[in-house]
Design a protein around this ligand. Sequence first.
Ligand code: SAH
Length: 476
Amino acid sequence: MKMRKPKQEIVINNVQVSDAGAEGKAIVRLDGMVIFVPFVVPGDTIDLKIIKKKKNYAEGRAIAIKQPSPLRVDAQCPHFGICGGCKWQTLNYEAQLRYKQQQVKDNLERLGHIDTTGMRPICGSDNIFCYRNKLEFTFSSKRWLNEGELRDENDPGAVGFHVPTVFDKVLPIEHCVLQPEPSNRIRTAMRDYALEHQIPFYDIRNHTGFLRNVVIRNTSTGQWMVIVIVAEQRDELLLPMMEFLKKEFPEITSLLYIINSKFNDSYTDLDVVTFSGQSFITEQMPRYQGGTPLQFRINPKSFYQTNSEQAFKLYSFVAEFAELKGDENVYDLYTGTGTIAQFLADMCRKVTGVEYVEEAIVDARLNAKLNGFDNCTFYAGDMAKVLDDEFVKTNGHPDVVITDPPRAGMHEKVVEQLLAIEAARIVYVSCNPATQARDLQMLSAKYDILRIQPVDMFPHTQHVENVVELILSEKK
Ligand code: SAH
């Protein structure tokens, strides 16, 4: 038998954390080397252990905090340190915002060579806890074990979140601070019911067990959707549990289930059964100019911005930068369920939304009808293919283009097409300043970049949204 030489443990004492870095990890700089360390904050003096060493960077773990940073606050969540969800929780919120602002500035300047003098201070979130309207929990027969803990074969498993990079083990969540109640109570009641009635949790490696996931969504108007996902049609296990949830939680306005016998957890291609209540929930969003709020019907598979309050602020910046007078032809690219399109619809002549998820377009059309708009048109298709000359001929030359692509940014062809279309104004909403910087650099061939507005939708994470106003240049 070949013996493996035990790796020598590298411990570094008394080093200072200098910055907040990628993926929510903090940064220690030492002799030209960057060491990424999670769950510590800039200004901490720590002892760390190297756990992975590459040519020009390393990953470390803090083994002691020698001198805590003045930027530190106590974690509100009992799972901080293992759960990957809110890695910046011990950094005070002011400092979180400063680092997000810096992240946008650095990306735009370094990757996009963009002048950021027009950049405004980031718009923070009033609520920094309970801000999410959707959480998905996993039931797993394999509970995450803390260091030194041994697996007990009789352990039924856990319900909670996947630990980062470990696909089959779940950290038991007793209390998550991201969604209001009764979110925690629903999850723990389901767990206790399942344990009492010996309903087995799913084993994603061996594909055994029954209870797989629960998705909990809520609206600011107090509606709750609960989607229970199980591995097979076993009514004798499922129906009494659904009955229990219905009775125990009168708050639930939409109680649904999905049978997922696939090897992965995605459910976008599966049928949803309504057990009780409605098959959807309805979110409300104030209109930019006041009046009766907009209504958005949300189906179990529909996308809706996960922080409703901040979504209103984000869209308000879009409306401000769009400077609509009433007669404009507007395109809303990557429209999702058409929410930005409808937010702008009563301030312009017409809006055309494009999105590749067909179900989202069905919802967009339905919602536009519910909101009484007859000037919104929606198309389903891949942006790089849909946005061609024919599209512009059919829908008319746009005065304003709103674009809100996914993290990867816009396809090069889409950017090229926008340069060819030459709309007078573009408002670019992004959830990834790095890809936004790349696209903005291309667009700057014909556009001037004016106002820049970062928005924090996800406190305690490194994520940041950014809205940028582009005006067709005089000198193009
Ligand atoms: N503007 C919407 C959604 C933005 S998220 C809102 O505010 O709610 C980005 C959207 O782009 C998603 O709905 C995603 O499905 C869509 N998308 C991603 N790649 C696309 C592509 N190649 N073509 C069209 N739509 C795409």
